[in-house]
Write a protein that binds this ligand. Structure first.
Ligand code: GTP
Ligand code: MG
Length: 504
């Protein structure tokens, strides 16, 4: 299948945005809808110690996995990760760094859940959004972290008072009224007078948040880099503990820090595609002994996760996936996150990771998930519907090319050839040569292979009519949109027959 007619899609519309050199890179992630998530999982109010320890354990795993993260600071459902200023991680490609961080953190959160909540089932997929901010020097990094810690202090002091008032019999409204306009010292007074609580005696983790970094004295990371040393010593010296600060000057400083946060937005009337693919999948599929070249169950798990994405995000109108990748097309007028690129990219990647893990047991009841699956993603932007269709066709062409090659390759290997020999035999062969080889040597007609392997999977909504029984009167039909998965050619014919998909 000629891929050349779609080559322009990649050539002209795929850019890799790299973060400026010599800047500290901060990835800040934040739980999506954690107000609801904490309610469903009956987290203690205002602070759930296990939930916070789980966040800290995930952050620690992040530092173990990514050596260039030198410091992390977390509070409530958020965590900031600081990469050393000279990091060449993913050649500083923004979407790779962001998606991978958020996905790995999500994966650890799901993996470690039962260690921290042995008696609580994970009822809903946790997921996080994230953003990347660059800070040019130590001073701005320090101010950034101090800003987050001041936020922690303000929120925690307020919430501590609020929930004590509520627990003592006030309604939420009354508690709000009682706290309106109070200063930090008023709140401390209130705690002391009404509840005999000295705020400073509250757990430091609640009051100050949590810092994670490598320490020379600990076994964790013996070779602390000079970069992280510089940051940690500076932070220790200045102490990012700014509890009680509320002057005008400090406020200005935090307003300044916020200016570094540049939120790119997708231009209006453009189609957005989030393309997700598994990171270090070779290793992951080996560990979980997936069939080669295609593991049907693993592909069905990808499809199930994709279907859930369409259920959760109404603005995703189409998904196409094969092997370890899935692309999601958003309707052109989506207002998800006010079209902020990093939030769309990160929340999708995180959510997909979470779905994949939570559905794992349904598809592999006899296989434990022993390694965290994690995904990376990029966000693509196309001004015309035709280009979106060409993009999807190019992915399908890629599916065909790689699947045909892999089918031949593994047949040759299974028949006794070494991997090197198999590569040599296939070198320079055309599509029809491979079909011939399969037929001649293995009596296999490539076109009879399962369509899911050859064509990949299309996920979209389809209108179905439902008969509803109504007591005492005639039954009525109701329309419903169901998410379906098909393995078909994504040519002109497909879109002509289903015009509603892209022009809802
Ligand atoms: P988005 O981030 O915009 O998706 O909304 P969100 O619901 O996650 O709210 P936000 O991030 O602004 O605030 C975090 C929310 O998580 C808090 O308002 C709490 O409701 C909840 N939360 C975080 N940590 C705890 C905890 O330890 N205990 C309880 N009970 N709730 C918590
Ligand atoms: Mg949140």
């Amino acid at each position: 299948m000629a891929n050349s007619e779609y080559e322009y899609v990649k050539r002209e519309f795929e850019f890799e945005s790299r973060l400026p050199p010599s800047n500290w890179i901060v990835v800040r992630i934040d739980g999506c809808h954690f107000h609801r998530f904490s309610k469903i999982h009956t987290f203690e109010k205002p602070n759930d110690e296990s939930a916070l320890r789980l966040m800290n354990a995930c952050a620690t795993s992040m530092l173990e996995k990514f050596p260039d993260i030198v410091f992390a600071y977390g509070v409530s459902d958020e965590y900031s990760f600081v990469f050393r200023e000279e990091t060449e991680f993913y050649q500083r490609r923004e979407s790779k760094i962001l998606s991978l961080c958020v996905s790995y953190f999500t994966s650890m959160y799901v993996m470690k859940w039962k260690d921290f909540f042995p008696n609580k089932e994970l009822k809903e997929p946790p997921y996080f959004d994230g953003r990347v901010v660059c800070y040019p020097n130590l001073k701005t990094i320090r101010d950034y972290l101090a800003w987050r810690q001041v936020d922690c202090h303000i929120n925690n002091q307020y919430n501590t008072c609020f929930w004590l008032l509520v627990k003592s019999g006030k309604t939420e409204k009354e508690a709000q009224q009682a706290l309106k306009g109070t200063f930090s010292k008023d709140k401390n007074e209130l705690l002391l007078q009404q509840f005999q609580i000295n705020y400073d005696d509250e757990l430091a983790m609640f009051r100050k948040g949590s810092c994670v970094y490598r320490d020379k004295d600990l076994s964790f990371g013996k070779s602390i880099s000079t970069f992280s040393e510089k940051l940690v010593t500076t932070l220790k010296k200045c102490s990012i503990n700014l509890t009680g600060v509320s002057g005008r000057e400090e406020k200005c400083r935090y307003e300044y820090v916020k200016k570094f946060d540049i939120n790119h937005r997708i231009p209006p009337c453009n189609w957005t595609v989030v393309s997700i693919n598994a990171n270090q999948f070779e290793q992951f599929s080996l560990t979980h002994s997936f069939d080669k070249p295609n593991d049907e169950t693993a592909l069905r798990l990808m499809n199930a996760s994709a279907s859930l994405m369409l259920e959760l995000f109404p603005d995703i109108v189409f998904g196409y996936g094969f092997s370890n990748e899935y692309s999601f097309v958003f309707q052109e007028k989506t207002e998800l996150y006010q079209r902020q690129e990093s939030l769309i990219l990160s929340s999708c990647t995180s959510c997909f990771t979470s779905f994949y893990m939570m559905k794992w047991k349904d598809f592999f009841p006899n296989k434990d998930l022993v390694e965290p699956p994690h995904f990376e993603a990029e966000l693509l932007c196309y001004p015309k519907q035709k280009i979106v269709c060409d993009y999807l066709s190019s992915r399908q062409a890629e599916c065909h090319t790689s699947n045909q090659y892999n089918t031949c390759f593994w047949m040759l290997v299974k028949s006794g050839k070494s991997e090197n020999e198999a590569h040599q035999i296939l070198k320079g062969t055309l599509s029809k040569d491979k079909n011939e080889l399969l037929f001649q040597q293995f009596q296999l007609n490539y076109n009879n292979e399962p369509a899911m392997f050859r064509k990949g999977s299309c996920t979209y909504r389809q209108k179905v009519e439902e008969y509803v029984e109504v007591e005492g009167s005639e039954n009525i039909t109701r329309e419903r949109w169901d998410v379906i998965v098909e393995h078909v050619d994504l040519g002109m014919e497909f879109w002509r027959k289903r015009p509603y998909i892209l022009s809802r």
